[in-house]
Write a protein that binds this ligand. Structure first.
Ligand SMILES: [Zn+2]
Length: 318
């Protein structure tokens, strides 16, 4: 029998339930929606979670399409899923957990007696620690971004190669290989010996079908390659960035981009212009280094100093 929260499944079956993480302000008990898919045969354990940032719904779209396609009779091993991690952020479609105004993916491994976010991290980390592989499904929030996968353990970590291999198998096409900030699941779980990646499935307000499809394909790639399902998958070479330059606006106004997502950028190329409401150009911003145009803001209006776009740098094929 495999159990996660109130979900419990014997070999060859699946179950859904709730993982208790405390109480709301009115005293109602709350639990994260979880699923256990217990394969008919022994094998590895895969842990998948989504919506640790409350406005990032593509990962939930992946889980929602994935689970009905998983047949426990055909599965070797176990898939543990948490559909919505940032319970409170999800309710109000906000990135951060509004209860403690915290970005949840900075609080791993969590603390069961800590803040609201730390308690949720502790409960989900306990589930993640049971796995051999971890997928923490994210996206570039509500901005516009490539479909990519992040390796966050850092290039000197003993699991770096394993995490990078997992990212390649997932196969979004692009990888950011750069040590993440403290408290990220994809940075902390490798310390426990678990290869972990952070697929970043585009960026959207609500759901983006193409990004969700990429995510579903990525999970199936992992299931085939690591022996959960019979069959294999051909890995493709990925475009890897080990640097990530962010550009802000020097002036207030309206942004018009000169590059599209995925475009090659050469040093000195114009990335964007800032215009006034009557079309007058106030400023033209060029690239400091070459790379790939990776992410940009969704809304055209910016204040001086506000985020505009990012370029992945130090590009190679992996
Ligand atoms: Zn995120």
């Amino acid at each position: 029998m495999v159990t996660l929260g109130t979900a419990s499944a014997p070999p060859g079956e699946m179950d859904t339930g709730r993982l208790p993480v405390g109480e709301t302000r009115d005293g109602s008990e709350i639990g994260l929606p979880v699923a256990v898919v217990n394969g008919a045969r022994d094998g590895k354990t895969l842990y998948i979670q989504a919506v640790s940032d409350g406005d990032e719904l593509n990962g939930l779209g992946v889980i929602q399409r994935l689970v009905p396609q998983l047949d426990p009779d055909e599965l070797s091993g176990v898939v543990l899923l948490v559909g919505i991690v940032n319970y409170h952020g999800f309710q109000v479609a906000e990135h951060r957990n509004p209860i403690d105004d915290t970005k949840l993916n900075r609080t791993y491994p969590g603390d069961e007696n800590g803040t609201s976010s730390e308690r949720i991290s502790a409960a989900t980390f306990e589930a993640a620690r049971r796995a051999d592989l971890v997928l923490d499904l994210h996206q570039g929030s509500t901005s516009c971004m490539l479909n990519e996968t992040r390796v966050r353990c850092g290039r000197r970590h003993r699991l770096h190669r394993d995490c990078l291999e997992l990212a390649k198998v997932f196969g979004c096409g692009y990888i950011i290989d750069q040590k993440g900030p403290n408290g990220q699941l994809a940075r902390v779980a490798p310390d426990e010996g678990i290869p972990t990646i952070d697929p970043e499935l585009g960026g959207a307000v609500g759901w983006d079908d193409e990004s969700i499809r990429k995510g579903v394909d990525g999970v199936f790639n992992v299931l085939y390659r690591y022996g959960f399902l019979n069959g294999d998958v051909e890995t493709r070479s990925q475009t890897r960035a080990t640097g990530f330059d962010q550009y802000g606006s020097p002036r207030g106004g309206l942004v018009s981009f000169e590059k599209s997502l995925g475009d090659e950028v050469s040093r000195g190329d114009t990335l964007f212009r800032i215009t006034d409401p009557f079309g007058g150009v106030k400023s033209e911003i060029t690239a400091d280094s070459s790379g790939i145009f990776w992410r940009h803001r969704r809304l055209p209006q910016v204040a001086s100093g506000e985020y505009v776009c990012s370029v992945g740098t130090n590009i190679d094929e992996y």
